[in-house]
Write a protein that binds this ligand. Structure first.
Ligand SMILES: [Zn+2]
Length: 505
């Protein structure tokens, strides 16, 4: 797993950045003194004040260059991922955070190799090669089989195909049919297709003008059950037309040559220690895909968490104030290959009996200009956050007064959500046209707006300071039974069942 494709020169450049990150350390500030607990009004005013000052300038661009342009695509368990971990660790230590640490965990590592889809029939198209890229956790395999259009690959569509999917390479569009009611993740579709007997899986991008979009094929430690690749919209649409017009079977050979094996990566954690045993956490995944340089997904969230850490650490060092609750900053690895880092962290906290300290978890995955806050299935958060939103609006942030309460899966909040811990998010507006480059070679630094990310970091810093200092934080952890009810209400039972993670009744 460890073959390093990057040049030595690049490694040296990045290594020197690590050194300079360490040398630019903020000198140790005054010792932090415990103060009398803040009143709610003071907590609000302080949080808004921190955000107001922070939005006047950020260091996001200074970190964006080394993280995104130089280190680039940050695959977990590969040299690029290790460099990213060390870079962030150096920065967080430099900001003056306490207990900056690497939390190592094992994962099923994956390294891209060649992938090919070549038509064998009809005769007129024999040998025609279709441009595809492997999904993650797909190994090395070769299959030759007739190709079948499986629509969006939902449970209903595969059921309607009955036995016809058996022994076929299925073509599956990203997304779900119009009016389907919930989103269906690629991992669900692949599980369903393999269960229906398909021997190959080709995922087609949802809109024209995009590059090939990849993603992981399975969310656990199991390799993908069948070879799975992705094609862009235009290539996929062409193949669908060939399929619709061919009088006989369309047969293709699908070959993947990826490498998989045990690997190790590490979450990067750092704290601003509080006076109570409670903790609020702000996290973002640091890893990305190997295509592009992981700018939007999730350099953006990483830069916002790092900047919020810098802002709040500087505040603590300058004022000597200590928050009531510990503020923990977490840069997770292994997200793209199946939420490995956050799952490991939650499992460790459960094992040690410390998970209950988490009073709120803010997850930042693909961030743009801040437009509001969210709290998954927590209508009570609207009342709790309304005064803060009011103050932040007064400080110049264009935030929606409503708090979004929808729920979802497939990012690092998921392991915490399944334990009933309050999940907060920042609603944001991505740079125009950038979202379509997600998980593709087009996810490069031009897809993020660093001024927007500075603004987002300022709002996040305000939110975190408020969550960490408000005397009253009326966001209770759900009991296990209540968690099951809420997940069902959010429409998450089906996908959790398919992922083997539904553990209620
Ligand atoms: Zn992401």
């Amino acid at each position: 797993m460890n073959s390093c494709k990057r040049s030595l020169a690049l490694l040296l450049t990045a290594a020197s950045l690590l050194v300079s990150a360490c040398h630019s350390a903020v000198p140790g500030g005054p010792p932090v003194a415990a103060r009398a607990p803040l009143a709610q009004g003071q907590a609000l005013a302080d949080a808004a004040g921190i955000a107001r000052v922070a939005r006047q300038g950020s260091t996001v661009a200074e970190n964006a260059h080394p993280l995104i342009d130089v280190i680039g695509g940050r695959m977990s368990g590969q040299p690029s991922g290790d460099l990213a971990q060390e870079f962030v660790r150096g920065r967080l230590a430099g900001y003056g955070l306490e207990e900056v640490r690497l939390e190592r965990f094992p994962l099923l590592g994956w390294e891209r190799g060649p992938a090919a889809l070549v038509l064998q029939a009809p005769e007129a198209l024999h040998g025609r090669e279709i441009s595809v890229l492997s999904l993650g956790h797909v190994g090395a395999a070769t299959v030759t089989a007739p190709v079948l259009d499986a629509g969006h690959g939902t449970a209903e569509e595969l059921a309607a195909l009955g036995d016809r999917a058996r022994g076929r390479i299925v073509l599956v569009r990203v997304g779900q049919p119009e009016g389907y009611g919930r989103s269906v993740h690629r991992t669900e579709k692949l599980t369903l297709a393999a269960a229906a007997g398909a021997v190959g899986f080709v995922m087609i991008a949802p809109e024209p003008g995009t590059l090939v979009q990849v993603g992981v094929a399975t969310l656990g430690d199991e390799p993908a059950p069948i070879p799975a690749v992705a094609a862009n919209f235009e290539t996929g649409s062409w193949l669908l037309r060939i399929l619709a017009s061919a009088p006989g079977p369309v047969v293709a050979g699908l070959t993947t040559g990826n490498r998989m094996g045990p690997a190790e990566a590490a979450n990067v954690l750092g704290d601003l220690r509080g006076t109570s045993g409670e903790t609020v956490l702000a996290g973002a995944h640091l890893d990305s895909w190997d295509l592009g340089t992981g700018a939007l997904d999730n350099g953006s969230g990483t830069l916002v968490v790092m900047e919020a850490a810098r802002i709040l650490s500087a505040h603590v060092l300058r004022t000597g104030e200590q928050p009531r609750r510990t503020i923990r900053f977490a840069l997770w690895m292994g997200e793209e290959l199946g939420l490995y880092g956050s799952r490991f962290h939650v499992a460790e906290a459960l094992r040690r009996g410390t998970l209950d300290e988490y009073r709120a978890v803010l997850n930042l995955d693909m961030v743009g200009a801040p437009v509001g806050f969210g709290a998954m299935d927590r209508p009570e958060a609207a009342a709790a956050l309304r005064p803060l939103i009011h103050e932040l609006r007064a400080a110049g942030f264009a935030l929606d007064t409503a708090v979004a309460t929808g729920g979802g899966l497939y990012s690092d909040h998921q392991p915490f959500l399944l334990e009933g811990i309050p999940i907060l998010s920042m609603q944001s507006r991505l740079k125009e046209g950038a979202g379509r480059f997600y998980h593709s070679a087009g996810d490069t630094r031009d897809k993020i707006d660093e001024a927007d990310l500075g603004e987002a970091a300022a709002a996040v810093a305000g939110l975190l300071w408020y969550l960490a200092t408000a005397p009253d934080l009326p966001l209770p952890r759900w009991t296990p039974a209540e968690t099951g009810r809420r997940l069902e209400r959010m429409g998450l039972r089906d996908p959790l069942e398919r992922g083997g993670e539904w553990r209620w009744e």
